[in-house]
Design a protein around this ligand. Structure first.
Ligand SMILES: Cc1cc2nc3c(=O)[nH]c(=O)nc-3n(C[C@H](O)[C@H](O)[C@H](O)COP(=O)(O)O)c2cc1C
Length: 194
């Protein structure tokens, strides 16, 4: 797939096929994360890739999905749930003030790699942080920044171009397609041309 197509076609996926994600593909995602830009090249993020069913279910139970269209894009365990969660953790922000930028870069790299491999992701900020922390037996010096759901997509969301005056909330259109409005380049950018 051309990179411009990966960029344009990548959408957050919340319904997944009940199909195993191959370990090599999970490793490809983690490779994309480790090659990402990070402040001072400190590489302070660490990852836990969870595919064990009981652990998967426990993390899944603490997640919340697509608040704007609930419950229409809330996956169901055993039917549309992801096959893998990648947990991203690192030092606490007070010791690593740029860590959230690193997280953004790493997660987006994983999302693009996933798109290229025919996989889909959902970056989850809504999860039971304390429970996942206990489950993974992380130390007190660790903080979980993100959980990324990964699997083979069972939906095909679309984007649409909008102007600044338009509502940017994602919605489900008349054909049942999750539609994600994105402001145009012109709406978002001031050009100072030479
Ligand atoms: C920091 C962050 C936290 C997010 N948390 C959630 C979440 O808890 N649940 C969810 O369903 N989607 C979550 N998302 C996904 C966003 O809703 C999604 O990226 C947004 O609607 C734009 O859609 P797109 O990724 O297809 O462009 C999160 C995204 C980001 C960047």
């Amino acid at each position: 797939m051309q990179f411009c197509e990966v960029l344009a076609k990548r959408r957050t996926i919340r319904f997944f096929q009940q199909k195993k994600v191959e370990k090599e593909k999970i490793i490809s995602l983690l490779n994309a994360a480790r090659f990402s830009s990070c402040a001072m090249n400190k590489q302070i993020l660490r990852y836990a890739a969870v595919t064990e069913k009981n652990m998967l279910k426990r993390i899944f139970d603490g997640t919340a999905w697509a608040a704007k269209v609930q419950p229409r894009r809330t996956p169901v365990w055993g039917k549309t749930a992801p096959d893998c969660f990648i947990v991203v953790h690192g030092e606490c922000e007070k010791n690593a003030p740029f860590v959230k930028f690193d997280v953004g870069a790493a997660v987006m790299s994983m999302e693009f790699q996933a798109q290229d491999l025919g996989l889909g992701c959902c970056w989850l900020g809504s999860f039971d942080r304390q429970d996942v922390h206990e489950l993974l037996k992380l130390g007190d010096d660790r903080y979980i920044y993100a959980v990324v759901a990964v699997g083979y997509p069972a939906e095909e969301p679309a984007s649409e171009d909008i102007e600044l005056a338009d509502d940017q909330s994602y919605y489900i259109n008349d054909n049942g397609v999750l539609t994600v409005p994105k402001y145009t380049v012109e709406a978002l950018t001031e050009f100072y041309e030479g």
